[in-house]
Design a protein around this ligand. Structure first.
Ligand SMILES: CC(=O)N[C@H]1[C@@H](OP(=O)(O)OP(=O)(O)OC[C@H]2O[C@@H](n3ccc(=O)[nH]c3=O)[C@H](O)[C@@H]2O)O[C@H](CO)[C@@H](O)[C@@H]1O
Ligand SMILES: C=C(OP(=O)(O)O)C(=O)O
Length: 446
């Protein structure tokens, strides 16, 4: 369901209980869809969630002449790039500001067409989010880049060449940029200081199925041997570990019990360790993970976000809501995005005690220390939360507000809920299934 109405009424105080299912990861599926552009034949992607970022990429692929149609199974997409060369990309501007994904079209389009136009990016407003690494690596491959009205124009005067790249920081997007470009470049590319998130490993699996040669070393080095052509792939996307953790945090904050079908231990090990330290309970089986509040007091913790295998930054915001219910002082050090703690001011209006600091309060000094970024927090708990008027600031912050409203006494009005559809499939139906008391004014739910 797509929610057009912008306000959700949340009557808090009811534990979330029941079962929901997570499907393919928001941070993998759109990239696997972009990879289909590299193939000479059709690709088949399974476990595709119905979220806005997928719809955006589907639109972009179609604009570039890729035929995208549902397969026989629910959540299956078949993408045929046979007609990319003859596509007319007139309406690309309509996709400006839609998501982070358009930047990843650079390599595939340069290989196929010799040129690309990339509209301005969207994504969550949680920091400056520059794309300098992306352009720097594309230049190293031999691309020419020019700023034009509404975006960036790129050209590859000749076949892109493999190169030696050292990322200044293990950026997920820049690592994917290198992978999607190097697979068809001439010769070998060696990427050091690469990001190694599970979604990147899954993208590597997709590319290997297409015929790519990619080796991952243990020291964040990825070596790609370019090939002359790639075929299509058949792949089931890895499940969304970020959505799964959001529901786990919701179970904890509302004193509930949620079975997340599809959640996988392997990609969530760091989150699970932290969840246990906070006092959350979980049980893993072959189909998913059950998360619940065991009834005892929750414990405060010190937490630092980091690149994989560290604590993923997208897990941070929902867990902070649960930490408002823990006894004592929790310390959060956000080291990936400089402005990702801004969402806490609304939690304070609801009754939380969260103080932000410019200093690095974790065990390490990060890129944001000694600068003007409120990127550390001290959460003092437990505090009773009260319903409030909330405006959704970003994807995970938005889901965190939903959790806070569900945990609070009284009614909250949550504005801007459509943003959550960018990364959480059918979240309203899931909330209703879990017994949440939510209302879209003027509409029946459930
Ligand atoms: C669609 C998608 O997969 N989004 C994820 C992806 O975002 P995304 O790929 O945008 O995140 P990056 O890993 O690139 O960003 C990490 C850090 O590097 C900086 N940076 C990045 C690129 C660049 O050219 N220059 C630069 O300075 C960013 O400002 C940020 O501080 O990884 C993030 C980190 O796990 C997740 O939070 C996002 O959910
Ligand atoms: C930051 C996120 O996503 P994006 O990179 O798409 O803005 C997120 O999923 O929390």
């Amino acid at each position: 369901m797509t929610v057009n109405d912008d306000v959700l009424l949340v009557h808090g105080g009811t534990p979330l209980e029941g079962e929901i299912r997570v499907r393919g990861a928001k941070n993998l599926v759109p990239k696997a869809m972009v990879a289909a552009l590299l193939g000479s034949g059709p690709s088949r992607l399974r476990n595709v969630p119905d979220i806005r970022d997928v719809r955006v990429v589907r639109g972009l692929l179609q604009l570039h002449g890729v035929t995208v149609r549902p397969g026989d199974e629910p959540g299956e997409l078949i993408m045929d790039p046979s007609h990319v060369e003859s596509a007319n990309v007139a309406d690309i501007d309509a996709h400006a500001g839609s998501s982070r994904i358009p930047i990843l079209f650079c390599g595939p389009l340069l290989h196929r067409l010799g040129h690309a136009f990339i509209p301005g990016l969207g994504g969550c407003d949680i920091g400056g989010r520059p794309i300098d690494f992306h352009f720097e690596v594309l230049r190293q491959f031999g691309a020419k880049i020019e700023k034009r009205e509404g975006g960036q124009y790129l050209e590859a005067p000749q076949r892109l060449r493999g190169t030696k790249i050292q990322l200044p920081y293990p950026s997920v997007g820049a690592t994917e940029q290198v992978l999607l470009t190097a697979v068809l470049a001439e010769g070998v590319t060696e990427l050091s200081n690469a990001a190694v998130e599970p979604e990147i490993e899954d993208l590597i699996c997709v590319l290997q199925k297409m015929g790519a040669i990619i080796a991952m070393d243990t020291d964040r080095t990825i070596r790609i041997t370019g090939v002359d052509s790639l075929g299509g792939y058949t792949h089931a996307a890895l499940p969304d570990r970020l959505e799964a953790a959001s529901w786990a945090s919701a179970a904890l904050a509302t004193e509930g019990n949620i079975y997340v079908r599809g959640a996988q231990q392997r990609s969530m090990m760091t989150f699970l360790n932290t969840y246990r330290k906070v006092g959350g309970a979980f049980e893993i089986d072959d189909e998913g993970i059950r998360f619940w509040h065991p009834g005892s007091q929750l414990k405060s913790i010190a937490l630092e976000t980091d690149v994989h295998p560290g604590f993923q930054t997208d897990w941070q915001q929902p867990l902070v809501v649960a930490l408002t219910q823990a006894t004592g002082l929790s310390i959060i050090h956000e080291t990936v995005y400089e402005s990702r703690l801004g969402f806490t001011s609304a939690l304070n209006q609801m009754g939380a005690h969260i103080q932000l600091y410019r200093e690095c309060l974790g065990g390490s000094n990060c890129r944001f220390g000694q600068r003007n970024f409120l990127h550390s927090a001290v959460v003092s708990g437990p505090t009773k939360l009260q319903g409030a008027d909330l405006v959704i600031p970003d994807l995970r912050g938005g889901f965190s507000y939903l959790i806070a409203a569900l945990a609070a006494q009284g009614t909250s009005r949550v504005h801007g809920i459509d943003l959550i559809n960018r990364g959480y499939e059918n979240f309203m139906e899931k909330l209703v299934e879990l017994g949440a008391k939510v209302e879209l004014p003027g509409k029946a739910l459930g």
